[in-house]
Design a protein around this ligand. Structure first.
Ligand code: FES
Length: 166
C-alpha cells in the first residue's frame, strides 16, 4: 500500500507544485548564463574564423589578364569576370595612368551597375543607387556598402586582376 500524503521525490529542475513552477534555481540560472556566454564566445570566434578564411581565400585568387592598356581609352570601360565566371566586374580608365576595377554587382540587391564617365559615378538602374568612382563608396540610394574593389596590377602593357577587396 502506498502512502498518498508524501509526494514522490522530485528533481529541483522539474517542480511538481504549481507555486514552484516559475521559480528558477540559482544553479539553473548560472548554468543558463554559462551556456549563453559560451554560445556567444563560440559564435564570435566562428565569425572571426570565417572572415579570416574568406580574406585568405581572396588573397589567393588566381590572376586573370583583363586587357591591354591600349584597349581602354581614357573614359573607357570594359567588362570582365573575376574571380569566377559568375562575378561580373568593370575595369574603368577614368584618367591618364589610373585604372580602377570594381564588382559590377550592386551591394543593395545585386543589379548590375553602369559606369557614367561624365558624372564619375556608377549608377544602379534598379533603385537609383549611386557609387563613387574613386573608391566605390555609396553616394545615394538604398546601397549602404561600397562596391567590392578588384585589385589590379599592370605588368608591361597588360592589366591583370589579382584579388578582391571585400
Ligand atoms: S539593386 Fe542597386 S540600388 Fe537596389
Amino acid at each position: 500500500m502506498t502512502n498518498r500524503t508524501n509526494p514522490p521525490p522530485q528533481s529541483p529542475g522539474f517542480p511538481i507544485n504549481w507555486e514552484d513552477e516559475h521559480q528558477v534555481t540559482r544553479r539553473t540560472f548560472v548554468t543558463f548564463l554559462l551556456l549563453l556566454s559560451t554560445t556567444f564566445v563560440a559564435s564570435t570566434g566562428l565569425i572571426g574564423l570565417l572572415n579570416w578564411l574568406r580574406r585568405r581565400q581572396a588573397s589567393q585568387l588566381a590572376p586573370l589578364r583583363i586587357a591591354q592598356l591600349q584597349e581602354i581609352p581614357i573614359g573607357g570601360v570594359t567588362l570582365f569576370h573575376y574571380p569566377t565566371a559568375s562575378d561580373p566586374c568593370l575595369l574603368i580608365h577614368p584618367s591618364a595612368e589610373i585604372f580602377l576595377a570594381y564588382s559590377q554587382k550592386c551591394t543593395h540587391l545585386s543589379c548590375p551597375v553602369l559606369y557614367q564617365a561624365a558624372e564619375r559615378q556608377f549608377y544602379c538602374p534598379c533603385h537609383a543607387g549611386r557609387f563613387a568612382v574613386e573608391d566605390g563608396r555609396p553616394l545615394s540610394g538604398p546601397p549602404k556598402r561600397p562596391l567590392p574593389r578588384i585589385e589590379i596590377k599592370v605588368t608591361g602593357d597588360e592589366i591583370w586582376a589579382v584579388g578582391v577587396q571585400a
